[in-house]
Design a protein around this ligand. Sequence first.
Ligand SMILES: Nc1ncnc2c1ncn2[C@@H]1O[C@H](COP(=O)(O)OP(=O)(O)O)[C@@H](O)[C@H]1O
Ligand SMILES: CC(=O)OP(=O)(O)O
Ligand SMILES: [Mg+2]
Length: 419
Amino acid sequence: MSAATTNTASATGTRVLVLNSGSSSLKYQLLDMADGSRLATGLVERIGEATSRLSHTLLASGGAPGTSRTREAPIADHDAALKSVAAELAADGMGLESPELAATGHRVVHGGQRFTEPTVIDEAVLAEIERLVPVAPLHNPANLMGIRTAQALNPRLPQVAVFDTAFHTTMPEHAARYAIDVRTADEHRVRRYGFHGTSHAYVSRRTAQLLGRDPAEVNVIVLHLGNGASASAVRGGVCVETSMGLTPLEGLVMGTRSGDVDPAVIFHLFRVAGMSVDEIDILLNKKSGLLGLCGDNDMREIRRRVDEGDDTARLAFDIYAHRLKKYIGAYYAVLGRVDALAFTAGVGENSAPVREAAVSGLDGLGLAVDAELNAARADTARLISPEGARVAVAVVPTDEELEIARQTYALVSPEPARE
Ligand SMILES: Nc1ncnc2c1ncn2[C@@H]1O[C@H](COP(=O)(O)OP(=O)(O)O)[C@@H](O)[C@H]1O
Ligand SMILES: CC(=O)OP(=O)(O)O
Ligand SMILES: [Mg+2]
């Protein structure tokens, strides 16, 4: 299906429903692309558990918090979750049948090598996302279910996939390939794909804007530090390196994921500890990272413990910050010249101690934070480096939903979306 054909199906609506299906959650936002405003936002948590919860917020004009509703009832899967979300939106007169809706934009985590751009979804696209399930077993099945349910709720509504991997498809082969047997790698599509690409693209562009410069001229290191965490090196708006690989497990220390380990750790645990491959998979993805190191994966709680003198929490924090520093140094070398370092996502936007620890001792590279600017709280993009610093250090709130909505609307609407 081409974008041109879908235009005829999209009526004259200017609204886009953005769906971000995680392994056990569904986040959504309804935006009006005529002015970029947010109309509704919400989250279904603990999908598949007895304690599922749907929180829906109808926003007042200007995006101010309006009325919120919370429902607690078991929600078995992403199909049931999206049907509940559709019912909430319909109760506010904004259901999936609404003629004002132009399209649904889906965050799809793994797009492999084929999807380098946002794509209108048809059967062939669905088949390819399905084919990639083995390399994104936690994410792609949830994304597929969200798409199929949205199609069933309104078959005439265009569905657009925006891939986490797309921004990273520009990585050169020497960065994307692992040094393993080429035939085996090619046969099984084993290479580094990278994730969180929508955020890395948005934040690197926003950082250039903050510096008042053209993104094409600026080299930026982006640190996306949420539950999942990844770094990227962006040269003139183009991604040249990123820390996640075949799956979102490689790289930085995360909330529950280990990030980099010697691959032989897996053989050792299999042969010596007698763990099954599935058990090791769960260990590295769900029981490691900050959680595995200190029993907490929320950086707020870890800092509270550090401040109380808890040595276990302190070590977890130090391991997290040390890994960040290693990646900053590596990406500095990859880029050769760095104009800015940008911190984003839940931890990057909110944790002054993480930002301070990540750049401490890097004065020789022209990297430092001003203590007062770093400690100040704000929810807009800002510089935290000292006046006249060689490299700008910035805090740049990410907005994956707005970026997905823009890319979706640009595909289905003849009108350009407003910045
Ligand atoms: N004020 C804060 N200080 C430190 N960390 C915070 C703060 N607020 C949120 N976080 C961290 O942000 C994380 C979630 O980040 P987020 O980008 O929302 O993740 P995701 O989108 O991957 O679910 C939480 O686990 C928490 O550790
Ligand atoms: C790809 C990935 O790690 O996503 P998230 O941070 O949403 O888990
Ligand atoms: Mg996020």
